[in-house]
Ligand binder design. Structure first.
Ligand code: CO
Length: 212
């Protein structure tokens, strides 16, 4: 069990070591943040955004929730996307899932977990839509992992369907939305090659013209 003092001591050592390597580091960051990336990932403690992709403080703007879900009614996630795109002008949005995600696994089970069941409900819908494909996989683990990928692919689409991202594209702002997945077992992070970088890549039914 860690107590708070242990964390405070860790922090002091970390701040000292950063200062030794780069005495101007914190002063520079205090002036402004200019991240090129927005990370949308799972809250899972084993998926620490910056560490996985070797990024320093200041490099990633981060939103995490259980099972990296992007819902069009979630004021929290949408506010993060809006600030990142409109104000910080990030170039890349990295929707990152991970294999063995507990939230995705829960979406495939018939037991209740409480409030979280509502949050995960849209993943259950993805499970239902892909039930035939998923049922052909040999093990439960393989099914969970495939649904983790399908969830990322859906969330990439959801990000692209927001007016925030579409308006950035209408303005000519360079912005790509990527789908990535992380392996807790091997530490590897990879692209699912579902990047979208413009309105033309969206199905016509989801394209929205700029407001007049
Ligand atoms: Co997870």
């Amino acid at each position: 069990m860690h107590d708070l003092q242990e964390l405070i001591d860790n922090n002091a050592r970390w701040a000292d070591s950063v200062n030794q390597r780069d005495p101007d580091f914190f002063a520079r960051l205090a002036r402004q943040q200019t991240p090129e990336f927005l990370w949308i990932g799972c809250s899972d403690a084993r998926v620490p955004a910056n560490e996985i992709v070797g990024m320093l403080p200041g490099d990633l703007f981060v939103h995490r929730n259980v099972a990296n879900v992007v819902l069009h009614t979630d004021l929290n996630c949408l506010s993060v996307i809006q600030y990142a795109v409109d104000v910080l002008k990030v170039r890349h949005i990295l929707v990152t899932g991970h294999y063995g995600c507990g939230g995705v696994r829960a979406s495939m089970q018939d037991r209740q977990f409480g409030l979280i069941d509502g949050w995960l409900r849209s993943i259950r819908d993805i499970y239902y839509e892909h039930r035939v494909e998923l049922s052909k996989l040999p093990t439960e683990e393989a099914q969970v992992d495939r649904l983790c990928e399908l969830n990322v692919i859906q969330q990439v689409a959801n990000v692209g369907h927001t007016t925030i991202v579409q308006n950035a594209w209408h303005r000519g702002q360079e912005l790509s939305v990527h789908g990535c997945i992380y392996g807790i077992k091997d530490g590897r992070w990879k692209s699912l090659d579902v990047t979208i970088s413009g309105v033309a890549q969206l199905p016509p039914q989801y394209r929205l013209r700029p407001q007049e």
